[in-house]
Write a protein that binds this ligand. Structure first.
Ligand code: UDP
Length: 244
């Protein structure tokens, strides 16, 4: 049986534990929420359960569609066995509709449809506030190599197509999202890691355009917990009493 050994990392929303198998980790999702590079902090009750289960539902679908992921097995509400990876220090963002920092940077009203899915990278460096970075910068700094970069872009556009269809079927428009990739510590291949959840996606109700994601926390819009539960129910989250 795979069990938690020593904690090897604690992030803003998750802890990562080693296991007896050097190529497997256990990720444990917390209810802690942060925004604006850690300036705003709080808790969203039940978020860890939603994000763990929702990520696994989505990673399974992505895997079935030909993009490899770190998902191995969900252990319980908050804990999942994953393949051990070394995270590439780039946040990969796709935007379908203008919002957030894109709207601010380019003076485009939130909700403006973009003519094509737009991919951007942020350099994962908290002390710099995760700045926007381009391909050349990332290659020049050795953050990623050319083969990995091409792979990441192809996978990310494919994931966007999968997610857009998936969420639309649940009455949600995928405005934008952030994902992270890692290199598998055993095989070296680039695989999807981290999470896909209301923390990392902008999701708007198709009928009302209501924000159904972490912007409710970031912008103090209210009904934060209720919204996470609503998204969870729509994506087919676990019913009370389920066994894994
Ligand atoms: N995002 C994220 N983590 C970050 C920054 C952004 O998951 O550290 C997600 C965010 O939820 C949104 C997308 O990436 O779905 C684009 O975010 P944006 O760059 O507009 O930044 P924000 O407005 O959140 O500062």
């Amino acid at each position: 049986m795979t069990e938690k050994k020593n904690q090897i990392y604690e992030g803003k929303a998750k802890k990562v534990y080693a296991t007896d198998d050097p190529y497997l980790y256990i990720v444990s999702y917390k209810d802690d929420a942060t925004a604006f590079n850690g300036e705003k902090r709080g808790q969203i009750a039940g978020k860890g359960i939603v994000n763990n289960t929702m990520t696994n539902i989505i990673f399974k679908i992505i895997g079935e569609n030909g993009v490899p992921t770190h998902f191995v097995k969900q252990l319980d509400d908050r804990d999942t066995i994953v393949r051990a990876v070394t995270i590439l220090p780039l946040e990969v963002i796709i935007r379908n509709v203008a919002a957030g920092s894109f709207s601010k940077r380019y003076g485009v009203p939130e909700g403006t449809a973009l003519l094509r899915p737009t991919l951007e990278f942020s350099y994962k460096k908290d002390e710099l506030g995760d700045p926007l970075i381009n391909d050349d910068h990332a290659l020049a700094l050795g953050l990623i190599d050319e083969g990995q970069l091409a792979q990441v872009k192809t996978y990310t556009h494919k994931i966007n197509e999968i997610l857009k269809g998936f969420f639309l079927g649940k009455g949600l428009k995928l405005i934008d999202f952030k994902i992270e990739f890692g290199t598998d510590n055993k095989t070296g291949e680039v695989i999807l890691a981290d999470e896909i959840s209301p923390d990392t996606c902008r999701l708007w109700d198709v009928v009302t355009n209501e924000k159904m994601d972490k912007d409710r926390f970031r912008r103090d819009l209210g009904n934060v917990e209720e919204t996470y539960q609503e998204v969870f129910a729509r994506v087919g989250g676990r019913a009370e009493g389920d066994n894994y």
